[in-house]
Design a protein around this ligand. Structure first.
Ligand code: ADP
Ligand code: MG
Length: 240
């Protein structure tokens, strides 16, 4: 997936100012930056949840920012998980995980459920398949949301601060799942506040500052020897 000179404003507030970013297959990229720097907006634009004002976004060879492209078809090739409120409260966990498979991808119910149960089992949630999300802890809910996002083998997984609404003791189980997906070769772009995790798991770290990417490199470089003063300031503040 590739963003090429992407611009995005809300009213007279310009949030993304010419963002260019390439996410290679099997790559895990951590997107870091202060609150309000545009991380969520970038992820939402990449996931076609928000239209862009200028620039292009490619998924493979397809320019998905072209208004003639069928957005639903593109979104079906992506997986996304946000901070909170990911699951539909009126559906069971199994219902949540199989919804897109059945409705969007036309997978027969039996097959969709078999695959969902296999994935839920893998993340230790098989026993919760038949219950509604409000019976799950926050960490279990996020793991179920991740299972839902990967159920249809997305080409890219977009994760937006998926642990920041969790109690500290629940963060680890969610990050462990992300790590195992990364180990399995998933392509992941994740906005995160978890610097230790980013350093550990990401192939690249991208620092977004007020809608501009000012640093993009391997974690050892971005964390160990940041080039831009704004990156140094930010890291000093968050790792302080
Ligand atoms: P981050 O995820 O890095 O905290 P966001 O992308 O959420 O940053 O927000 C960047 C800026 O865009 C903020 O100033 C925010 O208030 C503004 N913004 C985000 N979404 C909207 C929206 N739908 N309407 C108006 N302003 C928005
Ligand atoms: Mg955000």
């Amino acid at each position: 997936m590739r963003a090429d000179d992407v611009w995005k404003s809300f009213g007279d507030r310009t949030v993304l100012r010419g963002v260019s970013l390439t996410l290679h297959r099997h790559e895990v990229v951590a997107l870091i930056g202060a609150s309000g720097s545009g991380k969520s907006t970038l992820l939402r634009c990449l996931g076609l949840l928000e239209p862009i004002d200028d620039g292009q976004i490619f998924l493979g060879d397809l320019d998905i920012s072209d208004p003639r492209v069928d957005g639903n078809q593109v979104r079906a090739r992506l997986g996304a998980v946000f901070q909170s409120y990911n699951l539909f409260p009126h559906l069971t966990v199994l219902g949540n995980v199989t919804l897109a498979s059945r409705v969007v991808h036309g997978v027969p119910k039996k097959d969709a459920e078999a695959r969902a149960l296999h994935l839920l089992d893998r993340v230790g949630l098989a026993d919760f398949a038949a219950v509604h999300p409000d019976r799950l802890s926050g960490g279990q809910q996020q793991r179920a949301a991740i299972v839902r996002a990967i159920a249809n083998d997305p080409e890219v997984l977009l994760l937006d601060e998926i642990t920041s609404a969790l109690d500290p003791e629940l963060v680890g189980e969610v990050l462990e799942l992300v790590r195992s997906l990364a180990d399995d070769g998933a392509t992941i772009l994740m906005a995160t506040h978890e610097m230790a995790f980013a350093r550990d798991v990401a192939d690249r770290v991208v620092f977004l500052d007020d809608g501009v990417i000012v640093e993009d490199g391997p974690p050892t470089e971005v964390f160990g020897a940041p080039r831009h003063p704004r990156t140094k300031e930010f890291l000093a503040r968050v790792t302080g």
